[in-house]
Design a protein around this ligand. Structure first.
Ligand SMILES: [Cu+2]
Length: 635
């Protein structure tokens, strides 16, 4: 991208005044009418602390629990009761701990950006922080021919410095459930994230999907893991190998990594709590995971009318943990992944990895009551044996039911009536779980979706480019954290520096560098994401590609022991030429040039983030038609 394309949007000014406001609107409400060409937002990023009650002028009062109720301490000895119905606009409750975070206009999660397809989105962003630069990445937006608006700090633009204002301007494309977040350092997981919903143009709505019932409501559900420590501390301590001391440096008991049902690593550090739309709780009582530590805290509540259909747009904005999402006593009907429509499919639950979005519908046809909405980790065991899955909870409340905590339990999967779980990061659960896994690649695009975005097919081998990329830990370094944005070679503004040591001949196996892959313009590019791990604890990695929604053609799983779930052997379709599986290729040369057996070329789903199974692979395809420096990273 020539430097002249970098438009001078950066200027310094003080445009906005700051006053904290906190309510999270979970109903999808467009910000501008559909006929408006430009939809504009004014944002101020500033510090804010959770569990502090803010007065309009900005003065704060700590929120405390006394005798089973919440109070704000307006002076040392003055306690004023908190009225959740009124005061939830005045404070971010999070999980009940005090934590300094970043807020956008005082909000966490950030204000939802709800716009119409094709609208020009303008975000005037003022960085009011004292010492941190920031950028905002619009995850899911393809940024067609505007890669400089992709918001990846040091790759697609220079960070916005403290005191500066930057104007983001990009086209809302494609429609669907997306999100935004800071793409610099660890800011994303300390407050700088939110929902970005692009609604289809109203005139397109009618012929877009005829398979959906008429909806009575449309909800945003932002799910994230949550830690008391600042993310930079979590990252640094992980870099230094301090995770075993996560319970406290002075505690005698040490932390042991939790594993999923196939032995893949999940909890590199302890699951402390998780939030749904900014609200959560600690659930330290493992014997009764539905009994929160601070029951007085507000819980996110979705109110529905009986017999109505409701859409949930789930976004995992978290740091490490994937969440298995379910609604007690209600089947979920999955209709969209990463903003792309799929043929409706029924499931007991769906697993949403970091960066992924899943839309589902429920029919509120049960008794008028309260039901738990669950976001459960996929932890299964640690070195001592089975662990209880950590859970974040929200409430599904039928109109007319009492405002009390649900008493429901999650569906029990039985051999006769197994649970269908969509988007497992592995091929199968052990037999005893009675769970049938549906891989993301088994979902089907709707006919309208595939008509608008056909699978790229190369007209000749010359038009076809195939790339094998292995995402994995390196042996002996089990604690390297992958969910933070590592230092990458700066691309803006010095483009001559983009050649890196990865391209040098003497780098044959384990090299530390920013790896740059050149896609040839307009070619059909098939990427084989590998996760061939030589580390003792591998883990499934969600991989996110900027600038494209690729077609997911196939998943290759390793071989499992069906009783224990353990991996017996890595997938042997792939030939690795080094220990780190650099220079990988298909074992069978006849599979080259796109001739891999079992590819769904007819109606594969489209995604922008995909979990690659440990010791397996995922084949994706795209057309290289969006020039620019686009990052490909583990989410
Ligand atoms: Cu993205």
């Amino acid at each position: 991208m020539p430097l002249t394309s970098f438009l001078p949007f950066l200027y310094i000014s003080v445009l906005f005044t700051y006053s904290p406001a906190f309510g999270f609107e979970h109903n999808v409400k467009p910000h501008c009418p559909p006929d408006k060409e430009v939809c504009e937002f004014d944002w101020v990023v500033d510090y804010v602390e959770t569990m502090i009650y803010y007065e309009d002028g900005g003065a704060g009062h700590p929120i405390v629990v006394r005798n089973g109720s919440l109070y704000q301490r307006s002076s040392c000895n003055t306690y004023i009761p908190i009225d959740i119905s009124k005061d939830s606009e005045k404070a971010i409750f999070a999980d009940g701990s005090y934590k300094l975070i970043y807020g956008i206009n005082g909000h966490y999660p950030g204000p939802s950006v709800v716009v119409y397809e094709g609208q020009q989105v303008v975000v005037n962003l003022k960085n009011n922080l004292l010492m941190e630069g920031l950028t905002i990445h619009w995850h899911g937006m393809v940024q067609w021919h505007t890669p400089w608006m992709d918001g990846v700090g040091t790759v697609s633009h220079c960070p916005i410095n403290p005191g500066e204002t930057f104007q983001y301007r990009f086209l809302a494309d494609p429609p669907g459930t997306h999100w935004y977040h800071s793409h610099l350092g660890t800011e994303r997981t300390d407050g700088l994230s939110g929902a970005l919903i692009v609604l289809p143009k109203p005139e397109k709505l009618e012929n877009l999907r005829d398979d959906l019932p008429e909806l009575s409501g449309d909800f945003v559900m932002v799910v994230t893991d949550w830690k008391l420590d600042a993310s930079i501390e979590t990252k640094s301590e992980a870099d230094w190998g301090l995770n075993p001391f996560s319970y406290g440096f002075n505690e005698t008991k040490c932390y042991s990594i939790t594993l999923d049902a196939t032995g893949g690593a999940v909890g590199l550090f302890p699951f402390e709590s998780a939030l749904i739309n900014g609200r959560g709780n600690h659930y330290l009582n493992k014997d009764n995971p539905e009994q929160p530590d601070i029951p007085e805290l507000p819980t996110e509540t979705f109110v529905v009318n009986r017999y109505g259909y409701y859409r949930f747009r789930v976004i995992n904005t978290g740091m490490l943990f994937a969440f298995r999402i379910s609604v007690d006593k209600h089947d979920i009907q999955i209709i969209s992944v990463d903003g792309n429509d799929v043929v409706m499919t029924s499931a007991e639950s769906v697993i949403v990895h970091g960066g992924e979005r899943v839309d589902f519908i429920i029919l509120a046809s049960e008794d008028i009551a309260n039901y738990w909405v669950r976001a459960q980790s996929i932890e299964d065991t640690n070195s001592e044996g089975p662990v209880v899955q950590d859970t974040a909870l929200a409430v599904l409340r039928y109109n007319g039911s009492r405002e009390v905590q649900p008493k429901t339990h999650r569906y029990e999967c039985r051999p006769k009536d197994p649970c269908r779980v969509v988007n497992c990061p592995f091929g199968q659960y052990p037999d005893s779980y009675s769970i049938t896994c549906v891989a993301a690649s088994e979902l089907k695009s709707t006919s309208a979706q595939i008509k608008a975005h056909p699978v790229p097919i190369a007209s000749s081998p010359l038009e076809f480019q195939e790339i094998f990329l292995n995402f994995h830990f390196s042996y002996g370094n089990t604690y390297v954290l992958v969910m933070f944005f590592l230092k990458v070679n700066k691309i803006y503004p010095k483009q001559e520096n983009t050649t890196t040591s990865c391209e040098s001949l003497n780098c044959t196996d384990h090299c530390k560098c920013t790896y740059i892959v050149k896609l040839e313009k307009d070619k059909t590019v098939q990427i084989v994401f590998l996760n061939m791990d030589d580390a003792p604890f591998g883990m499934p990695h969600p991989i996110h590609m900027h600038g494209h929604h690729f077609h997911v053609l196939k998943t290759g799983f390793p071989h499992y022991n069906s009783t224990t779930g353990e991996i017996l052997d890595r997938n042997r379709d792939i030939k690795c030429s080094t220990k780190s599986c650099n220079g990988a290729s298909w074992r069978n040369e006849e599979w080259n040039f796109g001739n891999v057996p079992g590819l769904n070329l007819e109606n594969p789903p489209q995604k922008d983030t995909i979990a690659v199974p440990r010791n397996g692979y995922v084949v994706v395809r795209l057309k290289a038609d969006n020039p620019g420096y686009l990052i490909l990273s583990i989410k």
